[in-house]
Every structure is written in structure tokens, then in C-alpha cells.
Design a protein around this ligand. Structure first.
Ligand code: PMP
Length: 330
């Protein structure tokens, strides 16, 4: 019989698939690393596992302990999945703007979700940063992974995702493109690929217009999971050769194309990274191999970027004089 002992063993070793229709057939090969095939549905399963195992080794997380983290999304799912298998409790703190569906996913895995008001300053005691700090102090045996400063976040990619890419491409990868949120993905994979290729592989970050990585001031944008209004410790500023700025409209248009033309139902930050990857491919040589990492699946965004009314409301889709949507702005 061929089987895995548990779901945690399914984390990582995700496949590469060639993008055939959104790419230029005369251009270089563009390969997508499909991270929604992780058991929790995103790249964040990788860091969750590594952060939990390191905390166990360091004695920060003990039998019966509780994981407390301010997260509403993919990191929460990864942590909940790993925690469940290892017998830890999870308390996630999220702002009230987070959709009920997302909160329910975390509850479905057995986590407790504490909802805080969005419309308060970060220093307000009710803010989700402060509530999670307080819970981490008050709950006995609590441990806070803090994905924005935990070195095991980039390390999981340095030790696993980076080597996977090098092996899967037989060392032929020439460019690596990924969106930047905590910076863990690009910093860990980028550092590994630079080292193993002696600096030959170019590392390109994709960033939403308005975020600090591409020189913005933290102006709001709609694409989720990427961009920041501060510089996290998990981002290594020496790794990226270039940062490409992508607008919400470009990101969402490409995300919809990935579903319709490549059969990849993925999230908005995947479209953002793909826009940057195609820009890189345009100026690369035909023999080059461009790899883009796609962090999560599209099901969590059905009522947003895959919904025509939502797209029209934000001006990403054309409407006629009666307000009816008449197709993509592409
Ligand atoms: N896309 C999505 C959907 C994410 O949740 C994240 C993680 N915040 C990223 C991209 C960026 O990854 P990283 O935090 O490793 O930079």
C-alpha cells in the first residue's frame, strides 16, 4: 500500500506546470509552482510546520500548549492543520473586516477565532495586534509564532522550497518571481538560489502599487496577502535584484485569465506575481527558464475578484449606462 502517515506529510513537494496560453510562444519557458496543492491550500503550510517544529525543539511550545497568532488567512489554516495533528490548541485574532467564510474555515479546523474592530488604531488596546499580545501573555502555555519576525519563515523556504525548485528545473532556472508579503518566500528561496547558482539566478519580487517594497507609503490596495506598510524582519533586502510594481487591476485581470486560460483557479496575489513574471519573460532570452510561485487557490476569492459585480464596483470591469457589466477591461 502506498500512503502517507498523516496530512502534515503532504506539505511541500508541489509540482511545476508550464504556462502555455498567457505566455508568448516564442519567449522563454515560464513555469508556475502550484502551492495551492499543499493540504491547507497554500504556501503557508510550509512555514507553519517549520515554525511549530522549531518552537517544540526550543521548548517554547509544550504538550497541551496554545498557538496564538493575529492572522485570518493562509498562515492560520497552516497552523491549525499542524496544531490539530500535534494536539495543540489554536486561537487566531482577526479584524472584523475579514469575511465570515474565512473565519469559518479556521473554526472548521477546530481553531478559536477572536474578532476585533478594524476601525481602531494599532496602539488601541482593542486592536488585533494588542489583543493577540494580551492573549499570548494571559493564556498559560501560549506561544506566538509571529510570522513577520520568525526566522523559521524564510528558513523553511531556504531549506525546502528553494532546493525543490533547483532540483525540479535541473538547475536550469534563470529567474525566480514571487509576491512579497512577510518576504519569507522570496528571501528564503532567493538566498538559496543565489547561493547554489553562484549568483546566476535573478530574483524578482512582485509588489502591489502602494506598498513599501516598491517605494510606496502603505497606500491601500485590494490584492490580499502581499505588500506591507512596514519593513518586516523576515524580508532580506539584499536578495531581490528587482521589484516590479503591479496594479490591482492588472493583478485581478491576470488572475481571471489564469483560471480561464490555464485552468489554474488561484488567488489575486498569484495573478500579481504572474504579471511580473510575464514582464520578466518579455525581456529574457528564449532559452531562459522563468519560475513564478503561485501562493494559494482561488476559492477564497469567489465573491471578490471572480465576481463581476464586485469587479465593476471597483472599476475593474466595464459597465454600460444601466450599470450592467459588459466584460473584462483587458
Ligand atoms: N500571497 C498570499 C495569498 C499570501 O497569503 C502570502 C503570505 N502573506 C503571500 C502571497 C506572500 O508570501 P510571503 O509572506 O512569504 O512574502
Amino acid at each position: 500500500m502506498r500512503y502517507y502517515e498523516n496530512v502534515v506529510e503532504l506539505i511541500g513537494n508541489t509540482p511545476l506546470v508550464k504556462l502555455r496560453n498567457v505566455t508568448d510562444p516564442a519567449g522563454p519557458t515560464v513555469l508556475a509552482k502550484v502551492e495551492y496543492l499543499n493540504p491547507g491550500g497554500s504556501v503557508k503550510d510550509r512555514i507553519a510546520l517549520r515554525m511549530v517544529e522549531a518552537a517544540e525543539r526550543d521548548g517554547l511550545l509544550k504538550q497541551g500548549g496554545t498557538i496564538v497568532e493575529p492572522t485570518s488567512g493562509n498562515t492560520g489554516v497552516g497552523l491549525a492543520l499542524v496544531a490539530q495533528l500535534k494536539g495543540y490548541k489554536c486561537v487566531f485574532v482577526c479584524p472584523d473586516k475579514v469575511s465570515e467564510d474565512k473565519q469559518n474555515v479556521l473554526r472548521a479546523y477546530g481553531a478559536e477565532v477572536v474578532v476585533c474592530p478594524t476601525a481602531v488604531a494599532p496602539e488601541d488596546p482593542r486592536s488585533y495586534y494588542n489583543v493577540s499580545d494580551r492573549l499570548a501573555r494571559e493564556i498559560p502555555g501560549a506561544w506566538k509564532p509571529n510570522q513577520y519576525s520568525n526566522p523559521n519563515n524564510p528558513l523553511s523556504h531556504y531549506e525546502q522550497t528553494g532546493p525543490e525548485l533547483w532540483e525540479q528545473t535541473d538547475g536550469r532556472i534563470t529567474h525566480f518571481v514571487a509576491g512579497v508579503g512577510t518576504g519569507g518566500t522570496i528571501s528564503g528561496i532567493g538566498r538559496y538560489l543565489k547561493e547554489v547558482s553562484q549568483g546566476r539566478v535573478k530574483i524578482i519580487g512582485a509588489d502591489p502599487e502602494g506598498s513599501v517594497y516598491s517605494g510606496g507609503t502603505g497606500r491601500p490596495y485590494l490584492v490580499e496577502g502581499v505588500g506591507e506598510d512596514f519593513w518586516p524582519e523576515t524580508y532580506d533586502r539584499t536578495v531581490c535584484d528587482e521589484i516590479i510594481e503591479v496594479t490591482d487591476k492588472e493583478s485581478f485581470a491576470m488572475t481571471r485569465r489564469l483560471a480561464r486560460e490555464e485552468g489554474l483557479l488561484v488567488g489575486g496575489s498569484c495573478g500579481m506575481a504572474a504579471v511580473a513574471a510575464l514582464k520578466v519573460a518579455q525581456r529574457a532570452e528564449p532559452g531562459d527558464v522563468v519560475v513564478v510561485l503561485l501562493p494559494d487557490g482561488g476559492r477564497g476569492y469567489l465573491s471578490k475578484l471572480f465576481n463581476d459585480d464586485w469587479m465593476a464596483r471597483y472599476g475593474f470591469l466595464r459597465t454600460d449606462e444601466h450599470g450592467a457589466t459588459v466584460g473584462d477591461i483587458l
